[in-house]
Every structure is written in structure tokens, then in C-alpha cells.
Ligand binder design. Structure first.
Ligand code: XMP
Length: 420
């Protein structure tokens, strides 16, 4: 999408630092874009297009010490500021943006919505669009924004792969089709997916099989809609370049790979330049309920990568119920703010237990809850002992075939947030 705003370029010499710098600049209603030092040199003309008012080099890396980079930076006199850790004194930044760069603070979420809608209308005219809904924040906000722009020219497709959390497909249907009256195709493909992954143990193989099947089904349905444009909920962290190799796109994007299989006239990515918090702000402004806008992240392959040791319908059902109890207790306990992501894991391990005096041989469920700013590093959440005991008691009492509940204490690193 074209950017029409006064822009600050953030040269990304370190992911964390540039992220902080972006947040500080955008908090002052000034638009900024992130570019790697390599691209700044390589695609210089392209990068400098638009109303570039200044630059912030965020972080330290050997690349910004190289001669070609230094030459480039020196050649663009407009204004350059260096920050090693991304922290910038508020007063200094204010003066840098307004006095040195002449930025007037012309970028707000409200403007963004209006401008995006106008651009979408201009780009698609009266043609048809299709959007894959995952139930997550990004695709939901993208769909809402596009629907607001072009109404029923947009059809959403929700592929239920059977690895959704409890009541999730119904929630998506009620909200999009019921409340917002957005044309929605619901595909119940649980059997197809289960057939594919039953008995598969290796996590990457599982992800790959699910990803391929997802694309196949989405392709079948999208062809029926006969759309000219594909809407994707890509957000800025998905496209930010960190390395010298150009773009790093999340390989697990739900409908990634689809454009190579179906010919679309174009891809519409209305959130492409927004960070998660900005996407949430757009969602709120569009009237999406807090329960949707504040949702924690949920991986594309869903519960499949939280169900270890071979997926079966029974294990998925157990996991779904245990997960729902954990989430319910967090919500009811008012603990939502202390956790970034929280879920149950079906460990696949069976162990000996006792129920009504008789021996059982049932499953162990693990609970995972982390606090993180960026999901690249995370710490386990320190719940109260009483809270954990309550969740454990409810799960073992209410979910059949669970005799043991464990709480995970590992951070990331060394563990990842998901177990697979
Ligand atoms: P990890 O497990 O890598 O997860 O520490 C970091 C964050 O990414 C999410 N995640 C995914 N999201 N598709 C997604 O859309 C995926 O395949 C996927 N795998 C992990 C994870 O839930 C966490 O928020």
C-alpha cells in the first residue's frame, strides 16, 4: 500500500533496538518504516522514495561500520540519529522529530483506517475479494477493514482443521456471519486433517502436512468464490527485514504459498505496516469486541502442535477441555494482564494414578503460561500456588482420562513457547 506520510526510516542494526525506536516514533504520531542496513545500501533509491524526513540507526552491528553503509548515510544529509539500544530520551526525540525533521504528527490509527479503505476501493474497484479467516486478531481485523471498504465484494473462508480451541469455530461464525453479516464460507475439514496427521510424530512433518492440506482446501474454496484479490492479515513483524538477505516472511503464514497456486490479480495486505498493538487499535476502532481484539496468539496448526505423541481424536478432545478450563480460570481470576500466552499441552504421556481406590493409567497435561514482549524470549509466569492447585484440581476432576497436571517452569530460551 502506498504511504503518503512524513516518514522516518529506522535502520535496523538490531531487532530489539529498532522495535523500541519504532514504538517511540509512532507513539508521537509519526510514521516510520524499518529497513535493514543491507537494503538501505542495496535498494537505496527505492528505500528513499516518499517523504523521508529523517533516519534513526537503531542497534549496533558490524554492517553499519562498513564503508558502503557509511558512505550512503553520509550522502543523505536529511537528519540521522544513532541509538545503540533503541532507548531515546523523550524530549530529545520530540525535538528531533519536530524541529530537525519537521514532522507534524500526521499519522494516527483513525487516519490509517480511512486511508486504507480509500486505497482498497481504488485498487479493487468492483471486483471480488477472498480472505482466509483463522479466528486470530490479524485476519479478523484485516477482514473487518476490507469489509468496511468494499462490503459484500469480500467473502471470508474459515477452514476448520479440527485443531481449534473449544467453541472457536462457532464464535467465528456467530461474529462474522451472524453479527457483522460478512459473507462467510465455513469448511468443516476435521476428518481430512486428522487422516493426514494421525500417527505422525515428527513436529515439522506435522506442520508441513497441515500447511499443505490447508492450502489445498483453501484453494478449492477460493476457486469457487472466483475472486480477483486475496486479502492477507500480514503484519509488519512478518515483513520486517532483519538480516542482509532481504525479507524474512513467517514461513507458517496460514495462506502463504497460495498466490503461487491460484492466480490473483493482486494481494491486499491492509495491515502490512502495522505492529500488533496498532492492529488491535484498528480492531477496536472498527468495533471488534475486546474478546477478539485482545486475543492471545494461536499458532496456525492449532492444537495439533500441542498434542504430542501422535494425534488422536480422544487426545484432542481431552486437550480442548483442559485448555478451556485453564483459560477460564485465568479470565475469571483477572490474571489476563500478567500473561502473554497461556495454554494446555497434551503431553501424550500416560502414568499411573488412582481413582475411587482403583488404579488408572491416564494422561498427563502440562500447563504453559509465559510473559513476553516480543515472543522471541519469554519467562514463565509465577502464578500463586493456590491458583495452580485449583486449575489442577478442576482439570483432573472434570476432564476424563487426565490423572496428572504439571506446570512448566522453563523460559524461552532454552525452550520454545510451543512444545512442538
Ligand atoms: P515458539 O514456539 O517458536 O513460538 O516460541 C513463538 C510464537 O509463535 C507462535 N507460533 C506460531 N504461529 N503459526 C503461527 O501462526 C505457527 O506455526 C506457529 N508456531 C509458533 C507461538 O504460538 C508463539 O506465540
Amino acid at each position: 500500500m502506498r504511504n503518503l506520510h512524513q516518514t522516518i526510516l529506522i535502520i535496523n542494526a538490531n531487532d530489539q533496538s529498532s522495535r523500541k525506536a519504532v514504538q517511540a516514533v509512532r507513539a508521537r504520531n509519526v510514521y516510520c518504516e524499518v529497513v535493514s542496513p543491507g537494503r538501505f545500501v542495496r535498494d537505496h533509491e527505492e528505500v528513499m522514495q516518499g517523504d523521508i524526513r529523517g533516519m534513526i540507526v537503531a542497534g549496533l552491528s558490524p554492517r553499519i561500520e562498513e564503508e558502503d553503509f557509511k558512505d550512503r548515510i553520509q550522502s543523505v544529509k536529511q537528519d540521522v540519529f544513532y541509538t545503540a539500544d533503541g532507548q531515546i530520551d523523550g524530549e530529545f526525540l520530540e525535538s528531533f522529530l519536530t524541529v530537525s525533521c519537521g514532522c507534524t504528527g500526521d499519522w494516527t490509527v483513525t487516519n490509517y483506517i480511512g486511508e486504507s479503505m480509500a486505497l482498497i476501493r481504488e485498487q479493487v474497484g468492483d471486483k471480488k475479494l477472498v480472505c482466509g479467516l483463522s479466528g486470530g486478531v490479524d485476519s479478523s481485523v484485516a477482514a473487518m477493514l476490507v469489509h468496511k471498504a468494499v462490503g459484500d465484494q469480500l467473502t471470508c473462508i474459515f477452514v476448520d482443521h479440527g485443531f481449534m480451541r473449544k467453541d472457536e469455530p462457532a464464535m467465528v461464525r456467530d461474529m462474522f456471519s451472524g453479527e457483522y453479516r460478512i459473507p462467510l464460507v465455513m469448511v468443516d475439514a476435521a476428518d481430512r486433517f486428522l487422516d493426514k496427521v494421525e500417527g505422525v510424530l515428527e513436529p515439522e512433518t506435522k506442520r508441513k502436512l497441515i500447511g499443505e492440506e490447508f492450502i489445498r482446501i483453501f484453494e478449492e474454496e477460493a476457486k469457487k468464490v472466483n475472486a480477483d484479490f486475496l486479502v492477507q492479515g500480514t503484519i509488519y513483524p512478518d515483513v520486517i527485514e532483519s538480516g542482509e538477505d532481504g525479507k524474512v516472511v513467517k514461513s507458517h503464514h496460514n495462506v502463504g504459498g497460495l498466490p503461487e497456486r491460484i492466480h490473483f490479480e493482486g494481494i491486499i495486505e491492509p495491515l502490512r505496516f502495522l505492529f500488533k498493538e496498532e492492529v488491535r487499535a484498528v480492531g477496536r476502532e472498527l468495533g471488534l469486541p475486546a474478546a477478539m481484539v485482545e486475543r492471545q496468539p494461536f499458532p496456525g496448526p492449532g492444537l495439533a502442535i500441542r498434542c504430542l505423541g501422535g494425534i488422536t481424536r480422544e487426545k484432542l478432545d481431552i486437550l480442548r477441555e483442559a485448555d478451556a478450563i485453564f483459560r477460564e480460570e485465568i479470565e475469571e481470576g483477572g490474571l489476563r494482564d500478567m500473561v502473554s500466552q497461556y495454554f494446555a499441552v497434551m503431553t501424550g504421556l500416560q502414568s499411573v494414578g488412582v481413582e475411587d481406590g482403583a488404579r488408572t493409567y491416564d494422561y498427563a497435561i502440562a500447563l504453559r503460561a509465559v510473559k513476553t514482549d516480543d515472543f522471541m524470549a519469554a519467562l514463565p509466569v509465577e502464578f500463586s500456588w493456590d491458583f495452580l492447585k485449583k486449575v489442577s484440581r478442576r482439570i483432573t476432576e472434570e476432564v476424563p482420562h487426565v490423572s496428572r497436571v504439571v506446570y512448566e517452569l522453563t523460559g524461552k530460551p532454552p525452550a520454545t513457547i510451543e512444545w512442538e
